[in-house]
Design a binder for this molecule. Sequence first.
Ligand code: HPA
Length: 266
Amino acid sequence: MENTIAFINEKTENFEPEIGIILGSGLGEFADEYCDYAICYTEIPNFIKSTVKGHKGRLVFAEIEGKKVVMMQGRNHFYEGHSMSEITYPVKVMKKLGVKTLILTNAAGAVNESFRPSDLMIITDHINFMGTNPLIGANDDSLGERFPDMSEVYKKDLIKIAEKCAEKLCIDIQKGVYFASSGPSYETPAETRMARILGADAVGMSTVPEAIVANYCGMKVLGISCISNAASGVSDVKLSHSEVIETTDKAKSRFKALVLEILKML
Ligand code: HPA
């Protein structure tokens, strides 16, 4: 960890970010526009490189709306074969760099039948169905407790701010529970029905490991899903990653406006 922090501090001239943003599938472009310093994951000690199409793989530092921000342009996923501790390492790095608030974004399938592709959804809670937990293993007491509380992972005050920002921008916003499976296969219709019965509104393959670790480290978390498709069984359309990217592309300008407004209000 120390060599990672020293490397980043040298490259960024000791830029001290207070807000972190992890940009999900199709949403990474946001970091192209705001970039004071950028470091490829391949250069950073202990980072793993992103292998998914539509994910760039850079840590980008910028001052946006008067706030010092570090962005992950592309994240690593459990389904790529990385361990939970590898995919959540950047969250711990952000914590050590001084990040207090983490905005997690992703593309997700709609389980809730009233959601439409390209809707934005504020995550109110999650269901970890990945079959494992990023905190398994020896606990690092300098980061957090062995048995961390998870009763308010997605902070209510941040949800309120995000809702207010959406209202101000006249963006129709959804709210709901995010259900994480390991992937990489999409759900079967029966699994989508199960997720709905369990209380989920959207399904995806990311975000939950980072949210658990961020909450454990004492960071405030806000989650925003871009609904890229109806989950399997909700519509007759077969799912494809290119459809996911295409739809997030349509939501991009609303997503950007919303994130900028939220940064202003934080
Ligand atoms: N299921 C799981 N993950 C996803 C989906 C989906 O329908 N869409 C985007 N990521």
